[in-house]
Design a protein around this ligand. Structure first.
Ligand SMILES: Cc1ncc(COP(=O)(O)O)c(C=O)c1O
Length: 394
């Protein structure tokens, strides 16, 4: 049966992981894999998660099934985290999914059911899985202008001009904050303009927010999304607890639907649950149970928010140090973009020849396209990183 299958393409991130493991140099730097690392280079279990986990191990009495939508306390808590006090809050329905990846796929299936001919517009560039996940649901995918490699910023004027041409058959996929891969986010004015255009033109905004709390803070990072939620009749959201709760492997996320009325949102939720029944049926419980426990108790929530703030400050401190040391050593301000970007990543604009030279000559690993995981850096490595960038002609 399987003899006619083509050999699978190697996953680029997996290939990078294997190459890093095989590299014997003690000063190698992994700036490829998209995980947060602390100053010691570890991706630790957060203290609030550890405590919730301990309590769960002692108190949980059953592993019986929960239900297609997963943990409803978790679903409500994530709706609160993103939409509390917005006009959309009372109309929102949530479904626990296996990570934001699961949410992206479930929402893609929802779009396919509701608007089979829809085109999903993704930023150029975008998160590497956006296109394949949307296409796997049978949707058309097109790019909108986003990153300007010369300025390392978003070309908002060109982006908004293009968005102004979208209509009712279109879905606009936006990154809530901390754009992956570029690190360049849109301004609040651009979010405002997108809300006006969505009202005028009738396209559906689809916000993927995978890094809430990694940019400028929990509320600040959701400001654009909340602005849309206050104004628009319809909105869909994919959200993740992989990064901000450090629950990567526990596959914890949610799909949130906001319709004209709660009744409509619940109909959409029901449609997603039918699709889920036809695939994984129910999401894994562990991560969602921990998040529900943390967000449901003041002491655990405070512990979590404090640690998230420390992580956020570390990333922004590394960004400030990159700017300072690049300025000192390059005698130019051309690396200031590190300080303007937000979240874990920055697209450096380095070509393949630079990326290859950094890997081969210096043991510095980044993914193709020049994305650097700033959140994977150790502060003590910044002087060498800067020297190596300049040595390869960056
Ligand atoms: C923009 C974006 N969306 C979704 C995801 C998927 O996250 P999860 O691990 O929750 O599936 C990621 C992960 O890197 C991401 O960067």
């Amino acid at each position: 049966m399987f003899e006619r299958l083509n050999a699978p393409k190697q996953d680029p991130i997996l290939g990078l992981t294997l190459a890093i493991m095989a590299d014997q140099r003690s000063d190698k730097m992994d700036l490829g894999i998209g995980v947060y690392r602390n100053a010691e280079g570890a991706t630790p279990i957060m203290a609030a998660v550890r405590q919730a986990q301990r309590e769960q191990a002692e108190n949980q009495t059953t592993k019986s099934y929960i239900g297609l939508a997963g943990n409803e306390t978790f679903n409500s808590a994530l709706i609160d985290l993103l939409l509390a006090d917005t006009a959309a809050h009372s109309r929102a329905a949530g479904i626990q999914t296996p990570g934001a990846s699961g949410a992206l796929r479930m929402l893609a299936e929802l779009i396919k059911s509701a608007r089979p001919d829809a085109t999903v517009w993704i930023s150029n560039p975008s998160y590497v899985n956006h296109r394949p996940v949307m296409e796997a649901a049978g949707l058309k995918v097109a790019d909108y202008t986003y990153f300007d490699v010369a300025t390392k910023q978003v070309n908002e004027a060109a982006m908004l001009d293009q968005i102004a041409t979208l209509g009712e058959q279109d879905v606009l996929l936006l990154h809530g904050c901390c754009h992956n891969p570029t690190g360049a986010d849109i301004s609040l004015q651009a979010w405002q303009r997108i809300a006006e255009l969505a009202e005028q033109q009738g396209f559906l905004p689809f916000v993927d927010i995978a890094y809430q709390g990694f940019g400028d803070g929990l509320m600040e990072d959701a400001a654009g999304l909340r602005l849309l939620a206050d104004r628009l009749p319809e909105l869909i959201i994919a959200t993740s607890c992989s990064k901000n709760f450090g629950l990567y492997r526990e596959r914890t996320g949610a799909a949130i639907v906001v319709g004209h009325t709660l009744e409509e949102s619940l109909k959409a939720k029901g449609r997603i649950l039918e699709v889920a029944r036809g695939s994984y049926t129910m999401p894994p419980d562990h991560g969602a149970a921990l998040v529900a426990a943390i967000l449901g108790r003041d002491d655990l929530k405070t512990l979590w928010m404090d640690e998230l703030t420390v992580m956020n400050q570390r990333i922004n401190h590394l960004r400030a140090e990159l700017v300072r040391q690049f300025r000192d050593r390059s005698d130019s301000d051309r690396f200031d973009y590190f300080g303007e970007h937000r979240g874990m990543f920055s697209v450096t604009g380095l070509g393949n020849e630079h990326i290859d030279a950094l890997r081969v000559e210096h043991g510095i690993y980044m993914v193709g396209g020049g994305r650097m995981n700033v959140a994977g850096l150790a502060e003590r490595d910044i002087p060498r990183l800067v020297d190596c960038f300049l040595a390869v002609g960056a």
